[in-house]
Design a protein around this ligand. Structure first.
Ligand code: SAH
Length: 252
């Protein structure tokens, strides 16, 4: 059996109970060394066979995992954050399907959740935004034209940008072209939930400059939108006059 496990955004105690227990039981671990906290590996059995996938191709990862899984060993493929977001797990699962090897996915705390916690922010504020757009600038991986930054910016919704910290001048330009003002609040969250986490609060117009000042070029998320501002409406759910399934409201 192969388990794709989300290691969480950084802090070693931000993994699920299930994820930790799989690490403790694993015979083989293949971890994404570029962003997974190596402290997770201290919970593995002393005899566990551990590999860093940062230096490996998909084929080489499979050469390690397939024979082990077929021999009845417990294999953990440890991914950063949650494996469903830019995790490159689909291509691995398709090979496992073709090989008839069983697998499961154990979710993790994605860095976009870690970043919100670091910011002590709520992405979905009433009368500000009720949607969160998770996206990226294109790099070596292209982004479909219909998913341009400009087209998403036109919604004025909360945006969280992965894999884009090295392209902030261009990102700013596209966000503004799409409809955000240069004054729209933004925040750069570097290494959310790691001990060396850094938060830079700025605006859409000052993203590049503020990142340069802070020396941030990678391992950061860019968050954009009115959720970082001061204005919002109270929730209906906790409004004393609002009646719902679990509570009868008082007269207004
Ligand atoms: N599956 C991961 C994302 C992998 S893509 C997740 O769910 O978080 C890698 C990108 O994620 C990085 O370039 C960076 O933009 C972001 N990232 C990952 N960990 C981060 C962290 N702790 N703080 C800020 N950004 C992070």
């Amino acid at each position: 059996m192969i388990y794709f496990v989300g290691a969480g955004s950084g802090a070693v105690d931000l993994i699920t109970v299930r994820g930790r227990s799989l690490i403790e039981r694993a015979d083989v671990i293949v971890y994404a060394g570029s962003l997974v906290n190596p402290e997770h590996l201290t919970f593995a059995k002393p005899e566990c066979d551990i590999h860093d996938s940062a230096k490996l191709s998909l084929e080489q990862v499979m050469e390690i995992m397939l024979p082990a899984a077929k021999a009845g060993k417990l294999v953990v493929r440890l991914h950063t954050g949650d494996p469903s977001i830019y995790g490159a797990i689909r291509e691995q699962m398709d090979i496992l399907d073709a090989e008839g090897v069983e697998y499961e996915v154990c979710p993790g705390v994605s860095s976009f959740c870690g970043a919100a916690a670091a910011l002590k922010a709520e992405y979905t504020l009433p009368n500000v935004s009720q949607s969160v757009i998770l996206t990226r600038m294109e790099g070596r991986t292209p982004v479909p034209e219909r998913e341009s930054i400009q087209s998403f910016a036109a919604h004025g919704a909360t945006m969280v940008l992965f894999l884009s910290a090295g392209m902030l001048g261009e990102l700013s330009r596209r966000l503004i072209e799409g409809g955000y003002t240069a004054e729209t609040p933004a925040a750069i969250v570097y290494k959310a939930t790691w001990p060396d986490e850094k938060i830079v609060r700025c605006t859409v117009g000052t993203l590049a400059e503020r990142a340069r000042e802070a020396g941030i070029t990678k391992t950061a998320l860019i968050t954009v939108g009115g959720f970082l501002g001061t204005e919002y409406d109270r929730s209906k759910l906790y409004d004393p006059t609002f009646t719902h399934e679990f509570r009868t409201g008082t007269q207004a």
